[in-house]
Ligand binder design. Structure first.
Ligand SMILES: [Ca+2]
Ligand SMILES: [Ca+2]
Length: 514
């Protein structure tokens, strides 16, 4: 009975098989040990495949283990293994000693080897060849491609890229696909390429891909790594935008302009946010904010006089964004012109006369009620009108009494001074300012002041009498001042007997009825 020798214990050494042996083996001389025929009956060879471990093992040289039954002949001390590429035509041989198994290494993948064994004696006798065994070294398995899956040019396309196999026998790559990981329900042959585009994929579905390399000799690699592609859902439909209102006051109570936008929501399910865009160039928005899942929004602050364009997009929670809505445009109106300025208001008026060295003193004129009376002797008056704001222009005219306006009114800030000449004594005089224009452009049509002119009426009660004389006498000898200037009726700058006599001379003068 032939017996199989257990792997791992029976072999003794590994031989490296020369591809091109330098020394031809000793020529075989048939018939030298004819007594040992037929050798085939007692020699068997068993082929062992080495385990292949990992990538490196695949490219490592293959080995084969030969084993045979020993010849129970005490003369045999050695066995010789012959090998070659053709049956019964051996390229080389090597001695293995008195063993019954050996391992031959460095075999070339894809090559068929033929082996036979002979038994030899120390005297140089050699048996006939054993039966011949052959062994074809299997080709290494193909390296599976490394797969990468990308989005294609359109959302319904996936682009597959994989590494080219270095084995020149590879002539095709087969792409497997399915909608469950590791469970491929379809395949197609891509040919000898390293990429493929898979189209017509269902939106929202996830596809799984793997690729195998296939060689012309029938070898097929293991699956590549698995790649997957989830087809994106289409973007939501854009909302329909309308402009609701013009400027309004924001709730922050600023007065900045804003605009109210409203939109018809996107009909696409799953929209969770609306993003509002705006800017000053159509379809080129510089600002945006997320309004949330609402259908209206106020946008501001906006600059008055500027035209803004607005658009809204719908967004889903998974990041899909619609196209822009229709665009609406809005020009923020310019603010209304400021209200016209209030016309100037007459705040006071005086009769200003010079008392020589002590200077000018003002007799206040009444703007309402009984008019004041100017008791100082002069036919020339300077009436000064004081307004509540700076004056730009005014006209003056005497509308009652005898007297004439001399020249143009002199304007200085809030004051308008009018010089009157030819003013008669014992009369009521009314001066009218008209077309009084303030510097801020407002106009007061008319402002009038009435005063009595009665020389010698020191206390201004409309009649010259002993009371006026006593008032002068009481301050005689003084220099004219703000407290006593009304008694300096002759405008001399001092209070003297001349003033007293002037008043006494006019005793009994009175103003006509008003
Ligand atoms: Ca008087
Ligand atoms: Ca005087």
């Amino acid at each position: 009975m032939p017996r199989l020798l257990p792997w791992g214990n029976g072999w003794t050494s590994v031989f490296t098989l020369p591809i091109h042996p330098k020394n031809e083996p000793d020529s075989w001389r048939p018939g030298r040990l004819t007594a040992w025929h037929p050798v085939q009956q007692w020699l068997r060879a068993t082929v062992w495949l080495l385990a292949l471990l990992g990538f490196v093992a695949r490219v490592a040289a293959a080995e084969v283990t030969l084993a045979w039954d020993p010849r129970p002949d005490t003369r045999v001390t050695n066995y010789r293994v012959y090998w070659g590429y053709q049956s019964r035509t051996y390229t080389g041989s090597f001695e293995v000693g008195n063993v019954t198994t050996t391992t031959v290494g460095s075999l070339v993948a894809g090559t068929r080897y033929f082996f036979a064994v002979t038994a030899t004696t120390p005297e140089g006798l050699e048996s006939d060849f054993s039966n011949e065994v052959d062994y074809t070294v299997p080709l290494p398995p193909l390296v599976p491609p490394a797969l990468q899956v990308q989005a294609g040019a359109t959302p319904g396309e996936a682009r597959l890229l994989w590494t080219a196999n270095a084995d020149s026998a590879v002539s095709n790559y087969r792409v497997y696909w399915g909608t469950q990981s590791g469970n491929y329900t379809g395949w197609f042959d891509a040919g000898k390429v390293t990429s493929a585009v898979v189209g017509s994929l269902t939106p929202g579905a996830t596809y799984f891909f793997a690729v195998v390399a296939m060689a012309t000799d029938g070898r097929v690699s293991a699956y590549s790594n698995e790649g997957s592609y989830t087809v994106p859902l289409p973007p939501p439909a854009p909302p329909e935008l309308t402009l609701l209102a013009g400027p309004m006051t924001l709730q922050t109570e600023t007065t900045a302009a804003s605009v109210m936008l409203a939109w018809k929501p996107s009909p696409t399910p799953g929209v969770t946010n609306y993003r509002v865009f705006w800017g000053t160039q159509s379809r080129n928005y510089s600002e945006w904010y997320d309004a949330g899942n609402v259908t209206s929004a106020a946008v501001g602050p906006l600059v008055e006089g500027v035209t803004y364009d607005f658009a809204v997009v719908a967004m889903t929670a998974d990041g899909r964004m619609s196209d822009y809505s229709n665009e609406v445009s809005y020009t923020v109106p310019l603010p209304p012109p400021p209200p016209p300025a209030e016309p100037p208001m007459l705040a006071g008026a005086v009769s200003r006369l010079s008392h020589r060295t002590p200077g000018a003193f003002d007799l206040p004129l009444n703007l309402s009620g009984p008019p004041a009376v100017e008791g100082r002797f002069t036919s020339s008056l300077l009436l000064v009108f004081r307004f509540d704001k700076p004056i730009a222009a005014a006209r003056a005219a005497v509308v009652r009494g005898v007297g004439a306006v001399s020249g143009e009114p002199a304007i200085d800030g809030n004051e308008v001074a009018v010089t009157l000449t030819g003013v008669a004594n014992r009369q009521w005089l009314t001066l009218c300012l008209s077309d009084i224009e303030s510097q801020d452009g407002a106009v007061l049509d008319v402002a009038t002041v009435t005063l009595g002119v009665l020389g010698g009426d020191v206390d201004g009660n409309g009649v010259v009498n002993s009371t006026d004389q006593q008032l002068v006498r009481a301050v005689m000898g003084q220099i004219t001042s703000a407290r006593n200037f009304r008694a300096d009726v002759n405008l001399s700058g001092t209070l003297t007997l001349a003033d007293f006599q002037a008043v006494r001379m006019r005793n009994g003068h009175k103003l006509p009825a008003l």
